[in-house]
Design a protein around this ligand. Structure first.
Ligand SMILES: [Zn+2]
Length: 405
């Protein structure tokens, strides 16, 4: 177990360490990056195993969901070392693909804010205390906003990071710094909101970046009305480029962000060749496994995805004590995201909200016992899910959309 607040450099060090670990039983291979972001960060891609059944595991879609990157890198290390149940991992059966950090730009923005307030050298006790305060403040913000929904003043959790501005970004990341500074100067986000930076460096939220999101029609340039996030995010705009929730860069037309497009291309290639057996994307907080598709691509496909996703989600959820289900477009169109879009096309596509301690990025680190349990129980759940997939892989990999087998 590694209790450590990652930043971009520590993330890279951790990856290098786990690739070169002499205790590895299974080799971790560094593949070509999926894509380079607009500000030239690689979206890194690693594999373990080279079997015909391809499972994709991803973290860091949201820049502020630190624990998802933390978890995916620890999972990679555990599989590589054959720890516990992973001793029986079969590299001739599976190719496991890891994309530990889909949104490096958002991650750099967010972790720069964390590092300013919690500098290197801070003791674990002190880290835990600050993170626990943040968790508490976050809860108070929820309560206060519920009672005062029109109060858009600075939130208590933002107050802790009010001193952070885009000027704190390193000059080494010049393009990113300029991009965020420009957004900050144009749109005047509340002080402290670098800690809410979920989006990429263009201010687009990769999960909100789907053509089905009704916020596409509510973009400010078309309506002249600013809309805001829910609950404690109600002072953050979401229909202009923003730290959170904005579906697209250009107000006038929809496009997928490069980080998403590269992922979709990879997934559809695997699915077309009937070698795709699953996608598990990790997010930050909630303790929920989302599994419901919403779109009828064709009936056979929809019914298969709905059924198998529910079964596999129950397998995962039972193993770590998480609720399964999760809301989709079908319940409330405005909460739709790339998660439920992908679940409509692909079987065994789960979105796991990791920590039960709400408040990205640092609340999940507010109690070391809870943190350890989150990491351990999700590794356990992943191992059980892998066994489930192994039993059902024929059925899962069948492609009903183009159907060749
Ligand atoms: Zn998320």
């Amino acid at each position: 177990m590694r209790y450590e607040l990652l930043d971009y450099q520590k993330y890279q060090e951790r990856i290098n360490e786990l690739i070169n670990n002499e205790g590895n039983i299974f080799r971790v291979i560094k593949q070509e990056p999926l894509v380079y972001t607009r500000c030239d960060f690689p979206v890194e891609h690693y594999t373990i195993g080279d079997g015909p059944n391809h499972l994709v595991v991803m973290g860091g879609t949201h820049g502020n969901e630190l624990i998802s990157v933390d978890f995916v890198t620890q999972l990679m290390s555990s599989i590589a070392r054959g720890e516990g149940k992973f001793a029986s991992f079969n590299p001739e059966e599976f190719t496991t693909h890891f994309i530990p950090l889909q949104n490096p730009e958002g991650f750099v923005i967010n972790t720069t804010a964390i590092k300013k307030v919690i500098p290197d050298g801070t003791s674990d006790e002190e880290i835990e205390k600050i993170c626990h305060d943040y968790w508490w403040n976050f809860k108070q913000d929820d309560i206060h906003t519920r009672e005062n929904p029109s109060d858009r003043s600075i939130k208590m959790h933002q107050m802790m990071f009010a001193s952070v501005t885009p000027d704190d970004l390193s000059d080494d990341n010049y393009e990113l710094k300029e991009s965020v500074k420009k957004l900050w100067d144009t749109y005047h986000y509340p002080p402290g909101s670098m800690i809410n930076w979920t989006a990429n460096g263009s201010g687009v939220d990769l999960n909100a970046n789907t053509p089905d999101n009704p916020k596409n029609e509510a973009m400010y340039a078309q309506t002249g009305v600013i809309t805001y996030g829910g609950a404690r995010y109600n002072n953050l705009p979401n229909n202009i480029p923003s730290p959170i929730g904005c579906p697209r860069k250009d107000a006038n037309h929809f496009e997928f962000e490069p980080e998403n497009l590269a992922l979709f291309n990879m997934l559809s290639g695997l699915h077309e060749s009937e070698s795709f057996v699953g996608l598990i994307t990790y997010h930050g907080t909630g303790g929920v496994v989302y599994h419901r598709p919403y779109k009828f691509i064709n009936n056979e496909n929809y019914e298969r995805n709905k059924k198998i996703n529910e079964e596999v989600a129950n397998c995962y959820g039972e193993a770590c004590g998480y609720a399964t289900g999760g809301r989709t477009y079908l319940d409330e169109p405005s909460i739709t995201g790339c998660g439920d879009l992908m679940r409509s096309y692909l079987p065994v596509t789960l979105l796991v909200e990791l920590s039960v301690m709400g408040g990205n990025p640092i609340a999940p680190y507010g109690d070391r016992g809870t943190y350890a349990k989150t990491i351990t129980s999700n590794k356990e759940a992943f191992a059980k899910t892998l066994a489930f997939i192994s039993e059902r892989k024929e059925e899962i990999s069948k492609n009903y959309i183009t159907g060749s087998r």
